[in-house]
Design a protein around this ligand. Sequence first.
Ligand code: HEM
Length: 432
Amino acid sequence: MANFYGFDTFSRTLPCRVDSSSKQKLEKAVSIRKGLICAEGELWKEQRRFVHHCLREFGGSKIGHQRKKMESLIMENVTNFVKYVQDLGEKPVLDPLEPLRHSVGSVMNMLVFGKSWSRDDKVWKWLQHLQEEGTQLIGVAGALNFLPFLRYFPKYKKSMDFLLDGKLKTHKIYQEIIDEQAKYLKNQTLDSLDDNKNITNLTQAFLMERHKLEHNPGFVQKFYNDQQFYHLLADIFGAGLDTTLTTLRWYLLYLAKHTAIQTNIRAEIQAVLQNQAPTMEDISHLPLVEASIYETQRIRSVVPVGIPHGAMEDVFVDGYWIPKGSMIVPLQWAVHMDESVWKDPDVFNPGRFINEEGKVVRNAHFMPYQIGKRMCVGDELARMILCLFGITIIQNFSLKLENDVNLTGQCGITLNPKPHKLIFERLNETGL
Ligand code: HEM
C-alpha cells in the first residue's frame, strides 16, 4: 500500500478542475491546469524544476548557501508574533489564528511577492479572506470533480462563483505586484542580476527567467506566460501558507492540551539553547521538538484526504486493478491513524518517533507531504517554519487552554482546528 502513492504512472488528475468536456468550461475552471499543483506533463516538469531551483536559491531547501537568509526571514517574523502577543499583556487569552496567519503569511509574502503588508492593510486583509474562504470552499467544490452536474445546485454554484471571482480579483493584484517588481529589476544593473544574487523572490525570478528566454518566444509562450505566472504565484502562496499555518495551530493546541509534554519540550530547548534563538543546526539536538511536530502532523493530517492523483494507464497494485483514468485519493488520514502501524493512534505521543537511543525515527507510513515525484516541493521550507516558530513560541510562553476544546476539527481542503482560545503566559528568561 505504501508504494501506491509513489507510482510513476500516476499523475495529477485535475483536483481543482470542474469539468474537462469543453474547452470553454475548462477556461472558466479554477486552476485550468496551470501553476504547479494542477499542472501536468511538460509544463509541470519545467515549473517544478524552476520552483525547486528558486527554493534552493532563496534558502528554503536542505542544501544551498542561502539557508541562513531564510532562517533570518522566519526568525524576524516569529519575533514579530512574540512581540505582538507580549504587547497584549502578561497573560493574554487569544485565538492565535490571526496573528499567526499574519506572521507566517509575511514569510510567504516575502518569498513569493518580495513584499509584505502591515497587519491592517486592505489588500492583505482581502488576500487572507480569500485564502481562508477559498480553502474551505475548494473542499466543498471538490465534489464537482466526481459529480459535475452538482454545479447547477445553488450551494455549489455559489462556491464556484466565489472562487472564480476571487481568482480574477487576485490576478489583478498580482499584476500590480509584477509591475512593481519589473520596475525594480529595470533599475538594477545587469551585472548585479547576472548571478541571480539580487533575486530574492519568486516574482522577480519568474520575470528574470522570462527575460533570459527572450530568444525563445515559443518556450516563453508555453511555460512562462501571464496565466502561468498568476497561477504559480497563487499555488506557492496558497500551498505554503495554509498548510504550515494549520499545522502550527494544531501544534500549539496539542501542547496546550498536553502541558506535561510541553514542559518536557521546553526543558529540552532550555538545556540545549539556554536563551539563545534557535537555528536549524540546533534541530538535530532537539529530538523531542522534532518528534512532537511529527506527532502533530500524524495525529492531525492537515491534508486528510491528500491531493488526488490519476492513473495514466491501467495498472495493478498489490493485486488490485486500477483502470486508466481513475481518480486516486491518497487517504492520509487512514495511513496516519492505521491501528496496525500506530499503537493507540488517537493518543498524542511524540515518543513514538524517538528510538531507544533517543534519536528521531520516521517510518514509511508517515507521509504528511505524500511521496513520489509529485511530493510536496516545500517540505523543507515547511520544516524550517514549523521548527523555528514552534521553538520560539515555546521559549517565550507557557500555553494553556482557556476551555476544553474539541479536537475533531473542521475540514475544507485542509483540516483546521475549530475556533479556540489559548492562554499565552509570558515566561521569564529562565523559561519559568
Ligand atoms: C506542513 C506544511 C505542508 C504540508 C503538510 C504539505 C503537504 C503537501 C501535500 C500532501 C502535497 C501533495 C503531494 C502530492 O500530490 O503527491 C503537497 C504539494 C505541494 N506543496 Fe506542500 N505542504 C506543506 C508546505 C508547503 C510549502 C511551505 C510550500 C511552498 C513552497 C508547498 C508547496 C507545494 C506545492 C507547490 C505542491 C505541488 C507539488 C507538485 O505537484 O509538484 N507546500 N504539499
